[in-house]
Design a binder for this molecule. Structure first.
Ligand code: BG6
Length: 285
């Protein structure tokens, strides 16, 4: 484990014995890079991202908590992605190379969200796999609800050649069409423009096929999956993306969006996203 600086932000670099690596910024406990053993970068990170104290980093894996998008009274996609998290552990534990970050209500005073909470986030790497584990605890004496997501930006060679499978016949909320409900066809999802869908009650495994490789995303605890690509027109309006960058990523988000998760006093919840890289797969359309 090495403590380092990334564009002036304190960060942790992990390196496993088999050569996998990851870089995590303290700001948002934001995973910026994941390189599997013997492989290349798998995450997209915008060349025009902002680095300010109140900015959300564009790319990597933002942590969305306690609200998703505009579905609440707080800041868009919640405050967790713009807070400074505390590094609790980094190193090897039970044969896993991991970093653990913590955020509690005492770290984030004066928020519009008035509850006592404790978030623990673990990033574990090794071989061709990345494990992301978010635990939400309620140490207070009242019940509260939250939404959450791991907003994973996967780097792709060309969006036009990408397909996402595992969501056939699953119902979704189409955020491009005023939140209308629709059902995924009995076919993989392809990208010919803006896609912004909250798949509800999804299977545990989703596959992304790109030129010459496949990544599987397994999720535990998270009931929904968000798939987002802004398409060329919407991307041109996002000043923290370089021109044409929408062609280089797909967000596959393990999420709890449609129904809030309620935590009674003393309860905790855990959600995981596990990404596995499978090389040399012929793209299937
Ligand atoms: C996705 C949402 O999760 O995040 C999209 O479904 C949104 O609607 C996207 O545009 C990016 O959000 P932000 O706040 O990071 O620009």
């Amino acid at each position: 484990m090495i403590r380092t600086l990334w564009n002036g932000i304190a960060a942790t670099r992990l390196q496993s014995a088999d050569g996998a690596s990851a870089l995590i910024a303290d700001h948002g406990a934001h995973l910026l890079s994941w390189i599997p053993a013997g492989g290349a970068e798998t995450l997209f990170l915008s060349g025009h991202t902002r680095f300010g104290e109140n900015d959300a980093i564009r790319g990597g894996v933002p942590i969305i908590f306690p609200q998703f998008g505009e579905r609440g009274n707080g800041v868009r996609h919640g405050f967790a992605r713009t807070c400074g998290w505390r590094l609790d552990f980094a190193g090897t534990k039970e044969e896993q190379t991991l970093a653990r970050y913590v955020l509690t209500d005492t770290d984030t005073k004066n928020l519009a969200w008035p509850h006592r909470y404790r978030l623990t986030y673990e990033v574990a790497i090794g071989g061709q796999q990345l494990q992301l584990r978010l635990t939400v605890q309620n140490p207070s004496d009242t019940t509260w609800q939250f939404n959450a997501a791991l907003h994973t930006y996967l780097r792709v060679q060309d969006i036009a050649a990408v397909s996402v499978d595992g969501l056939r016949k699953v119902s979704y909320i189409d955020q491009v069409r005023n939140g209308d409900r629709a059902v995924q066809a009995d076919a993989p999802l392809c990208f010919g423009g803006e896609v912004d869908r909250i798949y509800v009650g999804t299977p545990d495994t989703v596959q992304l096929r790109d030129v010459g490789r496949m990544i599987t995303s397994d999720q535990l605890g998270f009931p929904d999956t968000v798939v987002w690509n802004p398409g060329a027109q919407k991307a041109a309006l996002l000043s923290d993306l370089t021109p044409g960058a929408h062609a280089s990523f797909v967000c596959m988000e393990a999420a709890a969006v449609e129904l809030g998760i309620a935590l009674a006093p003393g309860e905790s919840w855990r959600g995981e996203q596990i990404l596995t890289l499978h090389g040399d797969e012929a793209p299937q359309r």
